[in-house]
Design a protein around this ligand. Sequence first.
Ligand code: FES
Length: 355
Amino acid sequence: MAVRKLAPEEIQPKSFTFSPENVAFAEQQIAKYPPGRQASAVIPLLWRAQEQAGGWLPRKAIEKVAELLDMPPIRVMEVATFYTMFNLDPVGKYFIQFCGTTPCVLRGAGDIRQVLERRVGDQNHVTADGNFSWLEVECLGACCNAPMVQINDDYYEDLTTENFEKLLDDLAAGRPVKKGSQIGRRSSEPLDGVKTLTDPHLYDGSMIGAWRKRFEEEAVSAAATGEAAAATATAASSPKPAKPESGRAIETEKVDTPAKRAKEGEAPVNPAERKEASDGSKATAVEQRTENAGKPAPQSDKSYVATPSKPETGRVTADAPTTPVAGTPPSDAETRRDGSESKPGKTPDKNNKSS
Ligand code: FES
């Protein structure tokens, strides 16, 4: 991406004033936000300023937006220079945004670029008649109809060198042009016509509720043969018990709880228990043990020194050979990783005390 900076001073206009229509638009946008939050309207105001200035943002327009929104000009400058939707240099009457992303390139965008370079010149260059300028941009979201360009606010898709040259000719001559696909494709349907969803009943409303109607007819038919009544009777006479392990609630109460007592008409809390619970001398009292009073706390006779591992327990000692000599096949190794013999009759390992 090119460095985004303001246009040279020599081409900057000396002033910028919003038209009455755009002042009204700005007031409407600002009114959308709470007091003190008017900066939220910065992008729509910059966009209107760009449209009014002929497709680009002069310095004075940026400063005017800052003034209207009571923002430091540098803050508005940051927004204007960040978003590529804002042009910082003059553009042609027809500003062409050429998609140079992979799907378009695979469908021939390279040829379209050559047309632009030949007829318009380099990017960001306005033709002598002021009609055209172009800029390469990333995917514009019309990949189904690649290659494509955006000219001002409209998309032109399914481009070939022939139809694109004709499009530029028509624009330059002021003739009406066709927006969208240049080969007659509707939306993004397949090139050789629609192959799916072709049933006209899908669009005349006759399919609405068709499945529900079918289910209702089947239900009526089942009821007529008595199947539904039989199924209902079976379900009522042999209900399936809930299984605790299935996560469903168990209906039976198995414990003596206050809720159960209340349900059975008893006092939820036994009066004797309530009295005992309110007795402060018993609450959370821990009786002092007296037999060890005055004696030091018993010490454990266990050592906290780590016990050395024993080969016979299957653990490896530090000095036990654990890796066969390089190049020795495992089958010929003197010992296994655990220090035991790998073959009968071999010299016992000195560390393996159990052998
Ligand atoms: S790649 Fe060109 S529109 Fe998506």
